[in-house]
Design a protein around this ligand. Structure first.
Ligand code: AMP
Ligand code: TRP
Length: 349
């Protein structure tokens, strides 16, 4: 074994590093904002390096119209910046431009087992009944996601609740790689699923996740919705006739009410308990307008800023390219060492 491989002794201390990604599959919702973007921006202030990726290679695991994909990629970049991600302080780029992701994903395809991937709920949901017709990419999606994270030796991954299973798989892949090759090369990643809104639910059905793929636009708030639309969607959100209770426990069987309380808390940077303490005893007639005002105050400036940023597409592309250069500088040496470990000869250098 070469020196580059490292020993099998005590686990090396990995420098904390944050990585996360979002697919440019069209449209950002309040769920993406509260579960991901808002928290990505907060992470910039924690003294840890932050790397954020627009995962265009993941998006094409289901077919995307190329022109729409280009638009969605730039719009997502605008969404990141408008949500407070500063391309000078964070590395922001699109995945396809750093080839190391796809290369490490291949190594991980040879580590991950068919059985592991077949158990992923996202695959089962997206593939639907006809698994034979799903793309191989959709099946292998989690090994590319593991590579996204591991190619930076990232240790912390902020995501919404729905990504927990993928992060457990990332840990399994890292552990198996380390075991198979007798190294302590890949860190065991920590999912960072925190805050009041790790799972924002549909405004129409409190048992379903708010999602850009829901056929009903009334079910979600889009980051591009204007103030009137946001207020109207919250006014019409499904609720019940009871007043708000004093305790969270009392909201156990009222998922729609619980969801609106969580959204309020996450937007306002408070706990759900604190929000209930303020609104206990009041009905939705009072709570909804307060929530609408809060949501508009937070989201309207983001949507305005996204529109402004989208005026200069060349500048977006330039910024993404600069981010990709910085990302590649980290990923290159890590991939090279992974190749060394697996026995690939460095014949070109
Ligand atoms: P996606 O849009 O599926 O690429 O998701 C991007 C990020 O947003 C991931 O971290 C998701 O976990 C998060 N996310 C998506 N939908 C929601 C939701 N309804 N509630 C909370 N987080 C979400
Ligand atoms: N699978 C994630 C989602 O659908 C997106 C993603 C791809 C990601 N690669 C990642 C998230 C790496 C965190 C880290 O939301």
């Amino acid at each position: 074994m070469s020196d580059a491989v490292g020993g099998t002794g005590a686990a090396p201390a990995f420098t904390p590093r944050v990585f996360s990604g979002i697919q440019p599959s069209g449209g950002l919702t309040l769920g993406n904002y509260l579960g991901a973007l808002k928290r990505f921006a907060e992470k910039q202030n924690e003294g840890i390096e932050t790397i954020y990726c627009i995962v265009d290679l993941h998006a094409i695991t289901v077919w995307q119209d190329p022109a729409r994909l280009r638009h969605a990629t730039r719009e997502l970049a605008a969404g990141f910046i408008a949500s407070g991600i500063d391309p000078a302080r964070s590395i922001l780029f699109n995945q396809s431009q750093v080839a190391e992701h796809a290369e490490l994903a291949w190594l991980f395809n040879c580590v991950a087992r068919m059985g592991w991937l077949g158990r992923m709920t996202q695959f089962k949901d997206k593939a639907g009944k006809n698994r034979e017709a799903a793309s191989v990419g959709l099946f292998a999606y989690p090994s590319l996601m593991a590579a996204d994270i591991m190619v930076y030796h990232a240790t912390h991954v902020p995501v919404g609740e729905d990504q927990k299973q993928h992060l457990e798989l990332t840990r399994d892949i890292a552990i198996k790689f380390n075991n198979d090759y007798g190294v302590d090369f890949f860190p065991i990643v920590e999912p960072v699923i925190e805050g009041a809104a790790t799972r924002v639910m549909s405004l129409r059905d409190g048992t379903r996740k708010m999602s850009k793929s829901d056929p009903s636009d009334q079910s979600r708030i889009n980051l591009t919705d204007d103030a009137d639309t946001i207020a109207q969607k919250i006014r019409k959100a499904r609720t019940d006739a009871e007043p708000l209770p004093e305790t969270l426990e009392a909201l156990k069987d009222r998922p729609e009410a619980r969801n609106l309380i969580n959204i309020y808390a996450a937007l306002d940077g408070r706990t759900p308990e604190a929000v209930l303490a303020e609104f206990a005893g009041q009905g939705f007639g009072a709570f909804k307008p307060a929530l609408a005002d809060l949501a508009v105050a937070h989201l309207a400036p983001i949507s305005t800023e996204m529109t402004r940023i989208m005026q200069d597409v060349a500048e977006i592309d330039r910024m993404l390219g600069a981010g990709a250069d910085r990302a590649a500088a980290i990923a290159g040496p890590i991939l090279a060492r992974a190749y060394d470990i697996t026995g690939m000869i460095r014949s070109r250098r």
